[in-house]
Design a protein around this ligand. Structure first.
Ligand code: NAD
Length: 421
């Protein structure tokens, strides 16, 4: 008989009680339940307060990328990721860039946009004017929600209003520009947007529906650039290959998606390690990549007059040092300590540099030796371990599989048998 997943009051149970139900539903063994509840450094109690319906915790590796020199300062970069070769590639690229002077960065002030959607308006332009005239009152109301943010120099600073045409008619979209200082800011901005809705309804004569932050954080951008000497990257041919790869990504969305994914491999790993909202960063990055109407690359690579390689990346970077899970997850706090950044702006700039490094490593591998070379040996090791190879023979099994170009579980099992005999 089919077991039902309709369970009322599941959320009211304790993690152990929830897991008992899951165990029964999915036929888990005692051992599997123990693994789920073995939460490591994140206690079950903290996990249970972070999200809903908690039954345990899920661990991922935490690695450190080294060699990063950003604005003449050294950084160690904590990365949480399941994919092999990302941390090694970041460290490798950072080494090449370091030898040519390191990364340089800038960023805009940490301003997020909160949107308030107004519908059912007879004269959208008149409503827009009325809202703009009430700007001072609206900003004051927004700022009264968050005196702490104002006390550290942040808060709602500006107000804009635009009319958009939609399938259900014109809408007035009011946008609050909020300086979030060292917070990512979604909760702060959402509370402000909610608080000003009654004023906006009153002055516009319309009806407010949505009141929420935009993840397309075009006012909170981070930029990084670097130059790599042609000798460091493998010569003129590799420089030309990378420039051609960059032009390919700029012109073709199918390539741009993968090009940007490479940069996000690094950025998201750091965002995750520090307990920040990686969905917000992904959403912002990809929306920004399509802002001109066609999805394109977030970075560009060109040749300098000396024949060296110069790369630049720019993207929205809504990350915080406080708020959200940043201060509740014990490892996130330590990861931020390792990173040593003092402000959300500095953090955003480091992330842009990490994205550029990761992008460079991927392009170099593609233009030089083919991405599979490095990637596959690490992948093969994972397959070997998953197939049951112990520490003693995992490398041997992986090596053989790479040589034979047969990186598969069945082959790994055969090799384990052969090598253990
Ligand atoms: P938060 O509300 O927990 O913390 C921010 C608050 O900290 C500020 O409002 C301020 O009062 C206070 N603060 C103290 N010192 C500060 C300083 N130096 N700089 C700035 N603020 C300071 O968190 P948040 O950053 O407003 O929201 C982040 C959370 O919102 C994340 O967990 C995210 O996942 C979640 N979220 C995201 C979305 C989205 O991205 N669309 C939507 C809803 C919620």
């Amino acid at each position: 008989m089919n077991k039902s997943s309709k369970i009322s009051g599941f959320y009211k149970l304790k993690p152990k009680e929830r897991l008992a139900l899951v165990k029964d539903f999915a036929g888990l063994t005692e051992e599997e339940c123990d693994l789920i509840q073995n939460t490591g450094s994140l206690s079950l109690e903290v996990a249970d307060h972070m999200i809903e319906n908690v039954v345990g915790a899920f661990s991922l590796p935490l690695g450190i990328a080294v060699n990063f020199l950003i604005n003449n300062r050294d950084y160690m970069i904590p990365m949480t990721i399941e994919e092999p070769s990302v941390v090694a590639a970041a460290s490798y690229a950072a080494k090449m860039v370091r030898d040519s002077g390191g990364f340089y960065t800038t960023s805009t002030p940490p301003v997020m946009i909160g949107q308030i959607q107004v519908v059912d308006i007879e004269d959208p332009e008149k409503a827009r004017q009325c809202v703009l005239e009430a700007k001072q009152e609206i900003l004051e109301k927004a700022n009264s929600q968050d005196p702490v943010l104002s006390s550290v120099g942040g808060g709602a600073k500006e107000l804009e209003a635009k009319i958009i045409s939609t399938t259900v008619g014109p809408m007035l979209i009011v946008e609050l520009h909020v300086d979030c200082r060292d917070a990512m800011g979604a909760n702060a901005v959402n509370s402000m947007a909610e608080s000003v809705a009654p004023i906006i309804e009153r002055v516009s004569g319309g009806r407010v529906y949505l009141r929420i932050i935009s993840n397309l954080a075009t006012k909170r951008l981070a930029k990084a650039w670097c130059t790599v000497a042609k000798e460091k990257i493998g010569g003129e041919e590799v420089v030309n290959g990378i420039i051609n790869a960059s032009a390919f990504a700029a012109a073709d969305p199918y390539r741009a998606a993968t090009h940007n994914k490479g940069a996000m491999n690094g950025i998201i790993a750091v965002v995750l390690a520090t307990g920040n909202d990686h969905r917000a960063i992904e959403a912002g990055a990809h929306a920004y990549a399509a802002i001109e109407g066609q999805y394109t690359s977030l970075s560009t690579w060109e040749k300098t007059d000396e024949g060296d390689l110069k790369g630049t990346i720019e993207l929205p970077m809504a990350v915080g040092l406080i708020g959200g899970a940043v201060r509740t997850h014990p490892i996130a706090k330590i990861a931020l300590k390792i990173l040593g950044v003092k402000t959300a702006n500095e953090f955003a700039e480091v992330l842009a540099a990490v994205g550029l490094a990761q992008n460079l490593a991927a392009l170099r591998a593609l233009a030089h030796e083919g991405i599979q070379h490095g990637h596959m040996s690490l992948h093969a090791r994972n397959i070997a371990i998953a197939a049951g190879a112990g520490e003693r023979i995992a490398d041997l099994v992986a090596e053989r599989m790479v040589k034979e170009r047969k990186i598969r579980m069945d082959r790994a099992k055969e090799l384990i048998k052969e090598l253990s005999a």
